[in-house]
Design a protein around this ligand. Structure first.
Ligand code: MRU
Length: 357
């Protein structure tokens, strides 16, 4: 999870040609800390699909390593075959989950490097360079998370003690330290006393299973609530700011995040509480004008009717299970990035802070 915690979300073991990806299996947390070794690309695909690794930046990093794994078994003497497999591997990994843009961002980056080296190096050297690129993506994410924490902690003024977050945007969702949780961790490192209200995050309980666990590991005061209790704790005056992560942010600032985030943003606005999104530049998709164009993943009905193995709804009931929703930019007081704070959230400010224009 981080340099100063025992748990590491993702790591690579061994050399480029025979090494493998190791990840903590997040579906088993908090009751079991077990590591999964990914030695073939279908294991990486399944791990992303089944949320063994989840959270936008962590998915991107896993896919980058998965791209290397996909190339390991190819004939390193046959260039045509190597590049065919590279294309297939990228397409296959990209089909695992649709919403988090970091997945596509990381795979594009790997493919671009792969193509730029064609004919320049031996294929085994290209595989080595690709592993180095995956490790760079991994390291950059560590740095982006730290920087988001530094910028974000400044937004939590003296009168902010109670904060609320939804889903898990912590070390488990990133290389380490997280995005939304990095803001809390950094504030705590600076001596601030925070009390974090953790939405359990139906239906897969990333808040209860992962965020609560991470906050407890770091000794941050935390209270777990059901998603439906957020309005009540806000009305009681116990929440002074909300910080969440994001899976994809459109050019106008509309932000997709775990289902339920939009309702938290509406509640925050109704109670006059600032709502902040914390995300690295790799989570922006400036090719999309607005959040209406963000693809929303729909998951299996069983996640709702048979959550964690127990039937909780009648057989045959119709179910709708979108995994994400989009919070309109109007409801977001600021977006905290590794390059600075976007406030107010406008097309111009996004371009300015991301240094696109
Ligand atoms: O379905 P998940 O668990 O992958 O959803 C994750 C989230 O919605 C996170 O809030 C988001 O990816 C930000 S992670 C820093």
């Amino acid at each position: 999870m981080s340099a100063d915690n025992a748990v590491e979300t993702l790591s690579w073991s061994g050399c480029a040609v025979t090494g493998h990806l190791v990840m903590i299996d997040q579906t088993l947390l908090p009751s079991e800390v077990r590591y999964l070794e990914c030695r073939d690309v279908s294991t990486v695909w399944e791990a992303i699909k089944m949320l063994r690794v989840r959270g936008a930046p962590a998915i991107g990093i896993a896919a980058a390593y998965g791209f290397v794994i996909g190339l390991q078994s190819t004939n390193h003497e046959d260039e045509g075959e190597y590049y065919r497999v590279a294309q297939q591997t990228a397409e296959y990994l990209a089909s695992s989950r649709p919403t988090a843009v970091n997945l596509f961002w990381a795979l594009n980056r790997m493919q671009q490097l792969c193509h730029s080296l064609r004919g320049e190096l031996e294929l085994t050297e290209i595989t080595q360079k690709l592993l180095e690129e995956a490790q760079t993506i991994h390291q950059e994410d560590r740095e982006m998370c730290r920087s988001i924490g530094q910028f974000g902690a400044k937004l939590l003024g003296e009168d902010v003690h109670g904060v609320l977050t939804h889903c898990n945007a912590g070390g488990l969702a990133t290389a380490e330290y997280g995005t939304a949780l990095s803001v809390f961790f950094t504030a705590q490192d600076m001596g601030k006393e925070l009390h974090v209200f953790v939405d359990e995050t139906r239906p897969l309980l990333q808040g209860a299973r992962l965020t609560a666990w991470e906050l407890m590991q770091r000794g941050i005061q935390a209270t777990l609530i059901c998603d439906s209790m957020a309005a009540q704790v806000m009305k009681e005056g116990r929440v002074h700011a909300v910080v969440t992560g994001a899976d994809r942010i459109a050019a106008n600032g509309d932000s997709a995040n775990k289902i339920g985030t939009y309702s938290v943003a509406v509640l925050a606005r109704a109670h006059g509480i600032p709502f902040y999104v914390a995300a690295p530049s790799s989570t922006f998709d400036l090719s999309l004008e607005s959040g209406d164009q963000i693809p929303i993943e729909e998951r299996q009905p069983e996640e709702i009717t048979h959550g964690f193995g127990r039937q909780t709804a009648p057989d045959g009931i119709e179910v709708y299970n979108p995994a994400f929703d989009v919070t309109p930019a109007d409801y977001i007081d600021a977006i905290i990035t590794e390059k600075g704070i976007i406030q107010p959230v406008t097309f111009e400010n996004i371009n300015h802070i991301l240094q696109v224009l």
